[in-house]
Ligand binder design. Structure first.
Ligand code: HEC
Length: 162
């Protein structure tokens, strides 16, 4: 019994010594830390995470926007207003002014990964405390919705001028 206690004490002492050693080592290596952090977290380009990247927008397509409005009302309006009034999620008026097109498309088609990894989505989750889930929206439907948001925001800007 005594022996067992003794060896436990030895193990504890060794553990203590070795963890001290590691501590010193990591302090010595700390000058390298910033670089490895940069590698782990590439600079946020504001485009989000998913299949969409570097989207160039053409002139507003009213027909696509009309289709997008229908999809939005069926699949998104339970949680979002098209005004700036908050519902379960943010009011989406002005979303095309605060986010890049690719980011919006990625948030619609890949919300789970966005909420885990994208800095902007993570911030929104911290505010709204509900996770947006994938609504079974095809890529084409996502583009229709983006067109609807563009139309919605354009109208807003024109109305605001009056
Ligand atoms: C279950 C509720 C829910 C549904 C349904 C939903 N969302 Fe969301 N959405 C959220 C929440 C909550 C957020 C804020 C981020 C988070 O916490 O997930 C969000 C964030 C967003 C954002 C980012 C807004 C900003 O200010 O940047 C966009 C764009 C968006 N949603 C579009 C859509 C579209 C389009 C649909 C339909 C295809 C949809 N959402 C369906 C809850 C929902």
């Amino acid at each position: 019994m005594k022996r067992k206690l003794l060896s436990l004490a030895t193990v504890a002492a060794l553990f203590f010594i070795s963890s001290c050693g590691n501590h010193e080592k990591s302090e010595n290596e700390s000058s390298e830390a910033p670089q490895s952090m940069v590698q782990d977290a590439p600079k946020d380009d504001g485009q989000g995470i998913g299949k969409f990247k570097n989207i160039t927008l053409a002139a507003l397509d009213e027909k696509l926007a009309e289709q997008g409005k229908v999809v939005f009302e069926a699949k998104c309006s339970a949680c979002h207003n098209a005004t700036d009034v908050r519902k379960v999620g943010p009011g989406l008026k002005g979303v095309t002014e605060r986010r890049q097109p690719a980011w919006i498309l990625n948030q619609i088609t890949n919300p789970t990964e966005m909420l885990q990894k994208d800095p902007t989505s993570k911030e929104l989750l911290a505010v709204y405390l509900t996770q947006m889930t994938f609504q079974d929206v095809s890529d084409d439907q996502a583009k229709q919705i983006l067109e609807y948001f563009r139309q919605n925001d354009k109208g807003g800007a024109e109305q605001a001028k009056k």
